[in-house]
Design a protein around this ligand. Sequence first.
Ligand code: XMP
Length: 512
Amino acid sequence: RLLIIDFGSQVTQLIARRLRELNVYCEIHPYQNVDAAFLAAFAPRAVIFSGGPASVIDEGSPRPPREVYDLGVPILGICYGQQVMMHDLGGTVERGHGTAEFGRAFVQPKGTLGLLEGWFKADKEQVWMSHGDHVSAIAPGFEVFGTSPNAPFAITADTARNFFAVQFHPEVHHTPNGARLYENFVALAGFSGDWTMGAYREQAIAAIKEQVGDSPVICALSGGVDSSVAAALLHEAIGDQLTCVFVDHGLLRKDEAAEVVGMFRDHMNLKVIHADEVDLFLGKLEGVSDPETKRKIIGGLFIDVFQKYANEIEGAEFLAQGTLYPDVIESVSFSGGPSVTIKSHHNVGGLPEKMGLKLVEPLRELFKDEVRALGRELGLPASFIGRHPFPGPGLAIRCPGEITRPKLEILREADAVYIDQIRRHGLYDEIWQAFVAILPVRTVGVMGDGRTYDYACALRAVTSVDGMTADYYPFSHEFLGETATRIINEVPGINRVTYDITSKPPGTIEWE
Ligand code: XMP
């Protein structure tokens, strides 16, 4: 196994991801936890030093234990990791003085090095730099294998010891061929690349068991991919120690509550409490049309309701959440930051402290596509794993204006027809998210020989990679025409259908 010593870079998890893509097992450990005894017990086959925000020039800045250099295994130092390695082994690191580099740079090769095999497609390669300090003299035994205009020591290596030090970040997207470096590094360290999601499952299960012991665990199950995979994994680890609470706020899609509870309780034998709180939620939302007020009401009630049900579970000590790695990065880099709230997102944040619970987050290291792979591994049906995201406040934010039961009913029916159309045309998996919003206007129409005065609705379908930016999906006119006809014919209460062609930005995906 490979050890990543984390010096606090924002992108350390991306290194782990690149390695998982190569089917190599790795663990990330913060530098504070890595000492000589740890190294001896871990017995890594290779070590990577991550980047980090500190400066090796400062006293007390993060260091690996000296013993790491005596293990006789390959070491790759990245950015701050490069500087640490140079500094520890007898080179010199200096402060900026106009040599700081942030962003795109181009590295030119010098000589040949196994680590770089197949990397340089042309005479230079794009890389991503992000450093204030720089190496001004390399350590004895090292040679230069790549330079950039601002980094004469962009790539250095001590080939006798298999120590490599690079100034840039090969793990990020903006170093387009960076994965090749990792591939060469692990090959050189003798990894065979036989580690799989199946192995991850085993490790995650062992880790959950160790963390929670015999204590009861509760989990808010929404039916979304993340909470579903987390629940299935926990169930496999601790069986009936896990109780899931499914909060039905009356803002779910057609048949959704029955489907989710049916699958987890009846099909997979999980303990699921179906908290039917429809009257409570819809009652409190009566007469409310301001989007943020709706979100706050729903978020607040959700916490109250969850707490009420959780309190009934004797001795619960842990709360399980399907937090993914991107959520972890977001909450770290934006907490207290200057970004404005566009929409207050609804989740169970704040719950653990309020209830005195400890968190179990078995998906914290994974990205969305890896969670899907794990879900498949756990045997969840493809229909669950491939589902479009659904927001916590549910249909409330697809019903601009006041929320009423009849409007929700119309919305559910229209949405079901629309999604059925998309599936029939084989488009579901091409689309990031598709749904209907019911508009707070009624318009005049004519059906048969009669006048109608019914609601208008908007269809939404977007492509996106992460929900942060999005573009509308280019349906054919035939598809749109056929879908509009079906909705108007099959859904009483709607007599006009529009298609929302706004991208994000400037729009958002949801209507509120
Ligand atoms: P927007 O509308 O902000 O949505 O462009 C981006 C993505 O986030 C989802 N979304 C939410 N998810 N709780 C959630 O769990 C929320 O409160 C929430 N609001 C929006 C939205 O469905 C889209 O995928």
